[in-house]
Design a protein around this ligand. Structure first.
Ligand SMILES: [Zn+2]
Ligand SMILES: [Zn+2]
Length: 231
C-alpha cells in the first residue's frame, strides 16, 4: 500500500517538473523561433537554446543560446512575416513558409489592390506599388499591369486575424505568398504607413512593398544587411 502511494507521489513530482519545464519557456520567443523557421517544434529548454543559437547565428549576433539584450531587441523589431529559414521538419512542408521560391509560368502578370490602406490615400498606395513593380520590372523579364478585376497578384491591407492562419501581430509589417501559392501580398494596416521619410513608428510603404514583391517573384529572405530581401 505504501509502495503504491510512493510510486504515485514520485510520478506526480515528475509530472510537475515536466510541466514546469514547458511553462518556463518564454512563449512569445518560442512562437517567433517556430514561425520564422529556427526550429520546428520546441518542447524543452535544450531545443529552445538550440533555436536561439540558430537565430543568433543567422543574424550574426554573438551565439550564446540565451535571451540576452541584442537578441530580445531583435525579436521585437518590426519585420516581414515570412520565414527566414526553411523548416527541417517535413511534417510542416505544406506551410508556405517552409517552401523554396517558385517561378511564374508567364511573363505578363496583372496585379490588383483589393483593399486599400486606412492610413494613406488610394493614390499614394497605387503610386508606391507602381514604383515597386517598376523596380522589379527593370531587373527581370516580368511585366506588370494594374487591373481592377481578378488579378495574378492580389494586394490587401488587413489587420490582425485575416483568414489565412497567419494573423498579424505587432512585429509583422506584411507577408506574402510565393508564386506557387498564388502570389498574394498582405500588408498590416495596423502599421503607420507613410510614403516619404519615416520617423518614430512610421513605415515607408515603397520599401516594404519592394521587399514583399521579391517574395512574389519567388525570392526568399537574405541575411545580408541592407539587402532588399533582408526581413
Ligand atoms: Zn520577407
Ligand atoms: Zn495574410
Amino acid at each position: 500500500m505504501h509502495q503504491v502511494y510512493f510510486v504515485k507521489l514520485i510520478s506526480l513530482v515528475v509530472l510537475l517538473i515536466y510541466l514546469e519545464t514547458i511553462q518556463s519557456l518564454p512563449l512569445q520567443e518560442k512562437r517567433y523561433l517556430e514561425v520564422y523557421g529556427f526550429a520546428s517544434d520546441i518542447s524543452d529548454e535544450k531545443q529552445f537554446r538550440e533555436a536561439v543559437s540558430n537565430f543568433q547565428s543567422h543574424y550574426h549576433l554573438k551565439v550564446t543560446g540565451k535571451l540576452d539584450d541584442p537578441t530580445t531587441s531583435l525579436f521585437s523589431t518590426p519585420r516581414c512575416g515570412n520565414a527566414d529559414k526553411r523548416k527541417p521538419n517535413s511534417r510542416q512542408r505544406k506551410k508556405k513558409y517552409s517552401l523554396d521560391g517558385s517561378k511564374w509560368q508567364k511573363v505578363h502578370l496583372t496585379y490588383r489592390i483589393l483593399r486599400y490602406s486606412s492610413k494613406l490615400s488610394r493614390h499614394q498606395v497605387e503610386r508606391s506599388f507602381k514604383m515597386a513593380f517598376n523596380q522589379w520590372q527593370s531587373t527581370s523579364i516580368l511585366r506588370f499591369k494594374r487591373v481592377t478585376t481578378k488579378a495574378d497578384i492580389e494586394i490587401q491591407f488587413r489587420t490582425g486575424d485575416h483568414g489565412d492562419n497567419h494573423p498579424f501581430d505587432d512585429v509583422v509589417l506584411a507577408h506574402s505568398y510565393f508564386p506557387r501559392f498564388g502570389g498574394a501580398v498582405h500588408m498590416n494596416d495596423a502599421k503607420n504607413w507613410v510614403t516619404g521619410r519615416t520617423k518614430g513608428d512610421q513605415v515607408n510603404l515603397y520599401q516594404v512593398a519592394l521587399h514583399e514583391l521579391g517574395h512574389v517573384m519567388g525570392l526568399e529572405h537574405s541575411d545580408v544587411a541592407d539587402a532588399i530581401m533582408q526581413p
